[in-house]
Design a protein around this ligand. Structure first.
Ligand code: 13P
Ligand code: SF4
Length: 349
């Protein structure tokens, strides 16, 4: 964790029967009403957390929701950098995260002091930075992108300007290929996507010859080369809802399949395994730190809470606002007319 964020741990586990008989869902509902709180969840959260959230989305949609909410409290069920984004965009709100240690391998790969040197070594470059980074790294960037809007934003940048892209080298390489832009890439990776195995993917395709492959652009090129669709978590969800196929191999964190099953219950979703043929590699250990119990405790204790030094917040706000401006024409959340009412929960907050 960088020194850019101050997080206070829960004061206490307030009730003795905490682990046994509590109906966490009912208690969370009561507390969220009392505190005027909104619960935002990323598609990589456990199904039971997605099901209690007011809004489930990808990184871009969650940022937009956080910026627009009228709630006094935002409980951000994702990882720490997502909570930071909510605080940067909505400083007057209390932003809670269920677990203060929910980091991200991309964020960890990119220390602000090293990133500062990287920028200094390339003074003529535009720093386009993936949202999966700390507030301090955002503060040193020109524009932030997510996997939903990166291509559209890069295409708007002056063509004669070279680009520094951090911290995901696979997403950077994918964008470089798509846009033809000159980019210097930071060598970070997502520990979930980099472990997918091309060999296992080929075996799965042989066993399911009709299956379509949907992949997240954080995957290495060897995986992306087999994909029928490449996109953010929201774009992957839209693809499987709308595509004619019956079976889909899913090359991203496997909890998005919860939302796919809800939106398209007659289709079959197969998580892509890692090199050992097992599925554990497609679970993000950082996202998995959040539990229903911790969501409840965060509301009960008003902690862990995201706090940022104001100079860092203001400096990080600029490239985030630029991102929102430059992607204003992109659709707001899920737009598929085929969405079932259970999956179309986008305007609850
Ligand atoms: P998106 O939801 O923007 O596709 O991001 C995926 C991810 O890895 C979040 O940590
Ligand atoms: Fe970070 Fe990868 Fe986990 Fe997303 S899935 S939070 S990029 S480690």
């Amino acid at each position: 964790m960088t020194n850019t964020v101050v997080l206070t741990a829960p004061d206490s586990i307030a009730e003795a029967d905490f682990r046994t008989t509590l109906d966490f869902r009912a208690r969370i509902d009561r507390l969220r009403r009392e505190r005027n709180a909104v619960i935002l969840a990323h598609y990589y959260q456990a199904g039971e957390i997605q099901d209690l959230a007011d809004f489930v989305g990808d990184s871009l949609d969650l940022s937009r929701k956080a910026a627009a909410t009228n709630a006094d409290v935002i409980v951000f069920c994702g990882v720490r950098f997502m909570g930071e984004v909510a605080k940067i965009l909505a400083p007057s709100r209390t932003v809670l995260i269920p677990d203060a240690e929910a980091g991200c391998s991309l964020e960890e790969s990119c220390r602000p002091e090293v990133f500062r040197h990287f920028r200094q070594r390339h003074p003529d470059h535009i720093a386009v930075t993936y949202i999966n980074c700390s507030a301090a790294v955002k503060a040193l960037s020109d524009v932030i992108v997510t996997s939903s809007n990166a291509e559209a934003i890069i295409r708007q940048l002056p063509e004669d300007k070279p680009i520094l892209f951090a911290p995901d080298r696979y997403l950077g390489a994918y964008l470089q290929k798509k846009t033809g832009r000159a980019m210097t890439l930071w060598p970070g990776t997502c520990i979930v996507h980099e472990q997918f195995s091309e060999r296992e993917l080929i075996k799965l395709k042989a066993r399911h010859p009709g299956a379509l492959v949907a992949a997240h652009p954080e995957c290495p090129a060897s995986i992306l080369s087999h994909a029928d669709h490449i996109g953010s978590t929201r774009a992957m969800l839209e693809f499987v809802i709308e595509a004619k196929g019956k079976e889909f191999i899913i090359a991203t964190e496997q909890h998005i399949i919860h939302q796919m099953n809800k939106a398209a219950p007659d289709k079959i979703f197969i998580p892509l395994p890692g090199a050992d043929g097992g599925c554990n590699c497609s679970r993000c250990p950082f996202m998995a730190r959040n539990t229903l119990e911790k969501v409840y405790l965060s509301l009960l204790n008003n902690a862990p809470r995201i706090e940022l030094p104001e100079p860092i917040r203001l400096a990080a706000l600029k490239p985030l606002e630029k991102m929102l401006e430059m992607s204003a024409s992109l659709p707001l959340a899920l737009t598929s007319p085929l969405l079932s009412p259970s999956a179309a929960q986008t305007d609850a907050c």
